[in-house]
Design a protein around this ligand. Structure first.
Ligand SMILES: CC(C)(COP(=O)(O)OP(=O)(O)OC[C@H]1O[C@@H](n2cnc3c(N)ncnc32)[C@H](O)[C@@H]1OP(=O)(O)O)[C@@H](O)C(=O)NCCC(=O)NCCS
Length: 190
């Protein structure tokens, strides 16, 4: 059963396999910018990466200028890492115009199976619990997969800015996800 879980070192080998599939392409919502893929092959370094992702949800955690607190979640099925999803707790100027509240990516070998749409559905109640009543979702004008993911989840198009389509989703209007996709963000990283 696919789940949204907190980042956890137990997915180390599967996470590395997935990262290799991205082959240098950015993993949206992964929080891996600035981390060397080579370094992350080391379990201790990966543990620091995982802890950094978890700590980013805490307001008091030091972060780069222009960055806001963020909850990182992983899409997994059993021991298999499927993708990443990030919920930014608030909007700054950049996020309001282009980035939005929620970013995600699915590993190439697991695409077109409904994972992104279901993960976003599972993330919306979590966003609501973080105090986000209206979630802003954005995608590139030519990103048909992300556009369909957002529209399937009730995204209401507002406008396009700098090549990004901007949609709002009322998180109170979204029902809990179907049984097939279980959100378990409290799953501790051990
Ligand atoms: C966009 C992305 C997350 C979609 O993931 P996914 O798990 O393949 O998406 P799903 O299987 O849940 O598909 C959701 C909808 O998008 C459609 N879709 C997915 N990929 C598509 C594509 N390449 N072209 C057209 N439609 C696509 C699906 O058909 C489905 O719509 P439907 O139910 O009406 O048929 C994935 O392609 C990805 O990781 N891309 C790179 C990162 C990225 O662009 N992230 C989004 C940043 S805003």
């Amino acid at each position: 059963m696919a789940q949204l879980v907190a980042p956890n070192v137990k997915f180390h080998s599967s996470w590395l396999e997935a990262s290799a599939e991205f082959a240098g392409v950015r993993q949206d919502g992964a929080g891996a910018d600035g981390w060397s893929q080579e370094d992350l092959k080391d379990l201790q370094a990966f543990g620091r990466f995982v802890q950094t992702l978890i700590n980013d949800a805490l307001p008091e955690t030091p972060r780069k200028p222009g960055h806001v607190p963020c909850t990182y979640l992983w899409m997994v099925d059993g021991a298999t890492f499927l993708g990443s999803l990030a919920i930014r707790h608030e909007l700054n100027g950049y996020l309001l115009n282009e980035g939005g509240h929620i970013g995600y990516s699915v590993r190439p070998s697991a695409r077109r199976r409904g994972h992104a749409a279901e993960a976003l559905a599972a993330a919306l109640p979590i966003a609501r619990d973080l105090g986000i009543t209206r979630a802003l979702l954005t995608c590139d004008e030519d990103n048909a997969g992300s556009r369909a993911t957002i529209e399937k989840n009730g995204g209401v198009y507002e406008d396009s800015r700098n090549g990004k389509r901007r949609y709002w989703i009322d998180t109170f209007q979204r029902n809990a996800p179907a049984n097939a996709w279980h959100a378990n963000p409290q799953d501790a990283a051990t």
